[in-house]
Design a protein. Structure first.
Length: 244
């Protein structure tokens, strides 16, 4: 008889039920693969630390909540800076739901600061709109507007007028700013805690691209995402991670 579990939308299958000894054997097999993945991640991080850098010519001037600030200012006296290119175009009243999910996951910056690293959000929308949305979301993350600059285009966070979810990393040495790394689309997923947690569960992310057993609950990628105070809304706020 097929094992099922009740759900509001019907009944979904559940994993095959075995005794503890068989479960531990399967867990050991998977653990070997998980450890290999961890070692691979460490090796890639080692390569990332050996990446060359590109000097950023000049400086950018952003609009902050109180004053104009430069890219150098965003380092806040530390040598390293992580920028989240937060999708919030001038024609929108709210930020991207996927970008918001990442911002939800950042947590206190004191941990990054302890390792000589600063963090900031940069968006194209006017600063007044950014601050209103930040207040709505309950964040205190540093956030500036790049309106009137080519910052997004220069770091490929806006391409042909279309915004992309992205992260850029910078290093400062004196007045020199170096661009050391960027990622886009699914490259941001490691920083979005929800995905990592869902990947631990039997049903996973419950999206159609996943290789899951027959009958597992699945919806189209990212359609379920909402701002954290907007679950239950009929439509998603924006598209994200289009390239798989």
């Amino acid at each position: 008889m097929e094992n099922t579990v009740g759900h509001g939308d019907g009944e979904f299958p559940i994993p095959r039920i075995v005794d503890r000894a068989e479960w531990e054997d399967a867990r050991r097999t998977l653990l070997d693969q998980e450890k290999a993945l961890t070692r691979m991640s460490d090796a890639i991080a080692a390569q990332r630390r050996r990446m060359p850098a590109v000097e950023v010519p000049g400086d950018y001037e952003f609009t902050g909540p109180d004053a104009t600030v430069t890219l150098r200012d965003l380092f806040d006296g530390r040598p390293q800076l992580i920028v989240q290119h937060f999708m919030f175009s001038p024609d929108r009243d709210a930020g991207c739901d996927g970008c918001s999910m990442m911002a939800d996951s950042i947590g206190p910056l004191s941990h990054l600061n302890a390792r000589r690293t600063s963090f900031a959000l940069v968006s194209r929308a006017p600063i007044e709109r950014l601050m209103a949305f930040r207040s709505r979301m309950g964040w205190d993350l540093p956030w500036v507007s790049s309106a009137g600059t080519t910052f997004n285009e220069d770091f490929e966070a806006t391409v042909d007028g279309e915004e992309r979810q992205a992260i850029s990393v910078f290093l400062r040495r004196g007045d020199r700013v170096l661009h050391t790394w960027s990622t886009f689309a699914r490259g941001e997923e490691p920083f979005m805690q929800v995905f990592g947690l869902l990947d631990l569960t039997p049903y996973g992310r419950q999206e159609t691209w996943e290789n899951s057993p027959a009958g597992w609950p699945q919806d189209r990628p990212y359609e379920w995402m909402r701002l954290h105070d907007d679950y239950g809304a009929a439509t998603s706020g924006c598209a994200h991670h289009a390239d798989r």
